[in-house]
Unconditional design. Sequence first.
Lengths: 117, 117
Amino acid sequence: MPIVAARHLDTVFSALGDPVRLAIVENLSTSTSGHAMVNDLAALFPISLQAVSKHIKVLEAAGVVSQGRDGRHRPVSLVQSSISTASDWLDDRTRQLEARYARLDHVLANIHEGTRS
Amino acid sequence: MPIVAARHLDTVFSALGDPVRLAIVENLSTSTSGHAMVNDLAALFPISLQAVSKHIKVLEAAGVVSQGRDGRHRPVSLVQSSISTASDWLDDRTRQLEARYARLDHVLANIHEGTRS
DNA sequence: TTGACATTCAACTGTTTGATTGAATAAGAT
DNA sequence: ATCTTATTCAATCAAACAGTTGAATGTCAA
């Protein structure tokens, strides 16, 4: 079965394709609690709170993070499945590349054997 | 001009964050030869050859593909290290998420033990 | 109720991007 | 030499994007 890319995989990669959003994801993945407030995340970057809020919306639209509700806070946390989906797709690419190299090695080995006979 | 510019992870993700470019990468990874001509890739999409050529340039600038020279052809092939770099980063995120879940399980188990005592 | 805090919405702006068409370059085929 | 093929370069355009400031919403705390 050929492994088919998820329908909106490009949206996930696009969401990760910005230094601020990549840093947000990294921060969330390394935080002990697994979530962070918009305000705390905004403090990490030299841009306005509103700009960070927008970045979070982009990540959320791509399914990379989700936002809950805790009083007047909106805790942001990673959605593991989206990370896994992207990771799996890249792993598939790596495996296919390695498989081709392996086939190439095999062909070269056969050629070598042929020259000896 | 020898390529190899400062390639950052967000640039790689950004390059993958487009359906045409993602399909190009997928096509290259599944092709038997491991490379493809610009013309052949362009035939896969309902956009102009020049647009596809630009997409390839974006992928090349991000270090995701490289282009060789074979007569009047410019064969495009994947650069494994860039795929691996992105894959490794996502794997790290996945591992951190799993580690946190494991710690949470542990905490919950302790709480449960506490209620029994 | 008033005020502070956390966050979003709305409007605006400059930059980047994805696409187009037409012209240019380069190399194989006739 | 000329023609055809493969690909890129250049100019252009509309749409999307990342950022800003200012106003609005909702919630806690006095």
